[in-house]
Write a protein that binds this ligand. Sequence first.
Ligand code: PHE
Length: 346
Amino acid sequence: MQETLKRLEQDAMSALEKADSLERTREIEGEYLGRNGHITMILRGMKDLSDEEKRVVGPLCSATRTTLEEHFAKKIKIFEDKALAKELSKEFFDTTIPSSTRPLGHIHPLSQLQEEVERIFSQMGFTVTDGPEIESEHYNFESLNIPKDHPARDMQDTFFIQEKDDADHGRMVLRTQTSPVQIRAMEKYGAPLRLIVPGRVFRFEATDASHDSMFYQVEGLLIDKDISLAHLKGVLAEFLTRLFGKPVKVRFRPGYFPFVEPGLEVDFSCLLCEGKGCRVCKHSGWMEFMGAGMVHENVLKAGGIDSKEYQGWAFGFGLTRLVMMRYGIDDIRLLTNGDLRFNKQF
Ligand code: PHE
């Protein structure tokens, strides 16, 4: 038996040596190691041997099989490598050609500015929050001290999206301002409060270079004990100075908004001429920035806050307008036309 094995191994090796193709090598492999190959047959016949014989022949047989398997595999690999090299040499393959790149998008200037605004106010201890864009008349107007049929409703032309009047909440509208979130936050968190609300607002307006039916605002609200407009001035000057990276001054003028008393218009010193007066600020030295004021007693009441104990201020500015001022963008429609060439400039 041992001799038979030895001879089989030698036969296989010399046949393998003579094999001159992949096909021939595979054929010989089958003859010896295949399902009915010589070695396989011997292994299969082992069951008829005595235990004694098994102990001797078994390991020998496996060793022969392993040796042959290794040799066949080596030779097959040589043929395969040659075939691959031949295949590759047929076509020209330039490994130095740059790969095709996917066009990348770009963060919109509005989003960039919004992130900066959020970062600065967060640093000053403000929470960033939001509210629904589809809002009820109750939150958008009534609770903000703008009663039905009051002329102040006409200050903001409104998209009504529901005819039916609900007894508690009125009709549904696209919010015309971020101010309704003041009430929602008071109801949800109570006093004290310190938050900003960046978000989209909608007005039923004809579109031109400086008006769009959708734009972005940032609402601010601070409610605590012993709060005055001095705090507002300080916070705003600090915010603008950090945003623009140079000292910015803030000016208050009287203004009217039903949900604040007293109400203010806030300006900041012109970034270009630093207050001396130039074309950009129409020679006034100031840029109109936003509406603000001390939160009206009725608004605190609507939000469930005790106005004897707490007071505070609110502001609202146009993020869209701020982006236009910052980069000198002269047409609001550029911000929504989706042209990547525009976005990539910022
Ligand atoms: N909501 C006002 C507007 O859209 C801005 C504002 C907010 C004014 C808060 C005062 C206080 O015009």
